[in-house]
Every structure is written in C-alpha cells, then in structure tokens.
Design a binder for this molecule. Structure first.
Ligand SMILES: [Zn+2]
Length: 392
C-alpha cells in the first residue's frame, strides 16, 4: 500500500517538474525534457500526454531532427488560464490580467485619494477585493481559470507567509493579507514587495541574469536579480535601498530614520524641491505627470526641481551599481515618467561617482506596468512551481 502512495506522489512530482520546465522554455520537446530531467522517455511521454489532455500544454508542429525522427514541439498553453497582477502604490493602484504567456488582456488604473492619511488594512482589503473582482470579470473562458493572483506592495513583505511586515508610506504593519484575501476568493495568492515584482518582470521579459530594478514613486525601493533568481536576503527584505542613509542628520523619513535616500529621490522629494523654488506643491495622483508638463513647458522652477531629483536618483543608483555591478539597472515607478528631465543628470552622476565598468551600466526605463506584470508572473510561477526555492 505504501509503495502505491509513493509511486503516485513521485508521479505527481515528476509531472510538476515537466510542467515547470515547459513553462520556463518558450518551446521544447519530449526528447529535450527527457534529456534535461533524466526521466525516461516513456515516463515523459505519458506525463506530457496527461498535460496535453488537461490543456496545460499544446503541440505546435515538428522541430528539426538531430539524427532520428523530427521531435514534436511543445509549449505551455497561453490560454490554459489567466493571472491577475495588482501594483499597490500610495497614489494609485494598477491592475492587469495576463494570459499564461504574459500578454496583457486587461489593464485598469485606480487613483487613490491624495491625502487619505488614514490607511487601514480594511481599507486596502476593500480596494483589493474590488480590483480582483473587476479584473477577473474581464477574463475569457479557459480550462483552468485563475492560475494565480499576485499583489505587489510598497514595503516589507514576508512572501512565504503571505504576510505584510511593514508598509512605511501606508503605516500598515503585521497583516496576514493572504489569509484575509483567501476568505473572499478561492485563488492561489502571492504577495511580494513591489520592486521585487518589477525585477522579476524584467527578468522574465529579457532574461538578464543580473539586474536591479528601482521602483521610485512616492517611495523608493529596489528589486535585485542575481544569477537569474530574486535576491531576498536572510529575512526576505533585501533591496530596501530607499531607506539607506545618504545624508547624516538629513530629513526625517516615513520610516522614522533620518537622511534616507527616499527623502531625496521620490515624488515627495520633488514636491519639497518645488516648494524650495517657491512653488506650492503636494503629492497627488497626477502630481508627477503634471510637473513633467510644467517643466517641459519651460518653467524654470520645475526644471531645477527635476534636475535635483535626477542628481539624487543618480547618487543612489550609483551606490547600487557599486554594490551589485548589475548588467542593467531599470528605472521604474512613476518617476520613470520624468525620464526626459532626469535621465541626463542620472547618467552624469553615475559616470562621475561609479567606478570602472559600472560607469557604463545600461540604465533602462521600465514599462509602466512592469510591477503589476511581475506580480502576475510571480503568481503563475508559484502555481507551476517555477519560483526559485526560497532560502528562508
Ligand atoms: Zn526611511
């Protein structure tokens, strides 16, 4: 009896391995899977047939022969199911529905009250429930429905426990968010730091094995990919570069510390620079795009404020390049909208302050949906067990 149980468990593990491999490869074949996994060809064939019958996998014609018969090519069925990705920021929430191939099927953006000020878990839970309901309502019929829902949050998150540790700009702490969402929806949930989601999205899109993703909006954080895996650190909270000190005795930050980079390179910083130049300014959903327009229309106060923002973005980015020596640094978040106004200052500061080849690191503006897409991607990856095995 125990042997029967063992055999069925083993078959399930092997099936997951095969599915995961097919998901990670854009195209593969039974022979290639057998070679890569060490499973014998009959086992692979039988598992692949099951996955085809379940509509997770599809055959897409014949590949080139390497001596024997031409192999039948396989790929993950893009329409097997769909994933929801939700990017929660302080002034807005971006939500996407993607198919399994990461194509965006539906996109929506919700603006949040600028000076709400009284954030609670119930308030955010209400927003997330509403977003999940309206995004899944746009979902076409499919064999497996919702493959997963990924939530990207601006702060410290325990992604294994599905638990919020601390969201500084929302003032929320210690919240079992996945437990709460699971009371309302039967979907597999993933919750992660917003910049981690952005980094994962850019990794999936371009397969750059070493990258840093800066998410700069009302707050600042970074996601790090090292050797093709998200780097999370001991407690899963690596990448909080926004709360590294760049000015001793500097301004007080939302985290309670003084002189954090975030206070100098975020939308909040831009508003403060504008006030220093005599402009009445406060962060709101359209603050950054309105400011970009003002600067582009030639307003010198706005231009100077953006120049200062660019310099401080460059200083912090230079620190990240010195520590990580990535192939690419992505600039994401709302601040990326200011690219024409900040990019040359960022590059100037990096060339001035970084050493060696770090001076020439590619700085690439990320897609505005990168974080939401990454959250959806992490949710699918979790479902097909592609997620790199966490160390904690
Ligand atoms: Zn801070």
């Amino acid at each position: 009896m125990y042997r029967t149980v063992d055999a069925s468990v083993m078959r399930q593990v092997n099936k997951q391995t095969v599915l995961s491999l097919i998901y990670q490869k854009s195209v593969t074949s039974r022979v290639a899977i057998s070679d890569e996994t060490g499973l014998n060809r009959a086992t692979v064939s039988s598992l692949v047939d099951e996955l085809i019958a379940e509509e997770f996998v599809e055959e897409i014609g014949l590949g080139n022969s390497t001596g024997g018969r031409k192999p039948i090519l396989l790929r993950f069925n893009a329409r097997a199911g769909y994933a929801v990705g939700i990017d929660v920021q302080i002034t807005h929430v971006t939500s996407v529905l993607t198919n399994a191939a990461r194509d965006v099927i539906h996109y929506q953006r919700l603006e949040l009250e600028a000076d709400h000020g009284h954030y609670t878990t119930d308030w955010l839970l209400g927003i997330l429930r509403q977003e999940i309901q309206s995004v899944t309502a746009a979902m076409p019929a499919s064999p497996h429905g919702v493959l997963g829902v990924g939530i990207a949050l601006p702060g410290l998150v325990n992604h294994i426990a599905g638990h919020v540790i601390y969201l500084p700009n929302l003032g929320l702490t210690d919240w079992a968010i996945v437990d709460d969402l699971s009371r309302w929806f039967p979907y597999p949930f993933v919750v992660d730091n917003d910049a981690n989601c952005g980094a994962w999205s850019e990794y999936l899109a371009r397969r750059v094995n070493n990258l840093v993703f800066l998410n700069a909006g009302v707050g600042v954080g970074s996601g790090i990919i090292i050797n093709g895996a998200l780097y999370r650190g001991r407690d899963g909270i690596a990448g909080e570069s926004g709360h590294t000190t760049i000015a001793t005795n500097g301004l007080i930050c939302s985290c309670g510390n003084y002189g954090c980079w975030e206070e100098y390179a975020s939308e909040r910083a831009l508003a403060r620079y504008l006030r220093e130049f005599g402009v009445e300014a406060n962060v709101s959903p359209h603050f950054l795009s309105d400011s970009v327009r003002q600067a582009q229309s030639g307003d010198s106060a706005y231009r100077q404020a953006f120049q200062k923002l660019g310099e401080y973005l460059g200083i912090g980015l230079s620190n990240l390049l010195q520590v990580l020596n990535p192939e690419v640094a992505y600039l994401g978040g709302t601040v990326a909208e200011a690219q024409p106004l900040v990019f040359s200052d960022i590059q100037r500061v990096i060339r001035h302050r970084s050493m060696g080849a770090n001076k020439e690191t590619s700085i690439v503006i990320a897609e505005p949906t990168a974080v939401a897409l990454g959250a959806a991607g992490l949710a699918i990856s979790q479902t097909v067990k592609m997620l790199p095995v966490p160390t904690t």
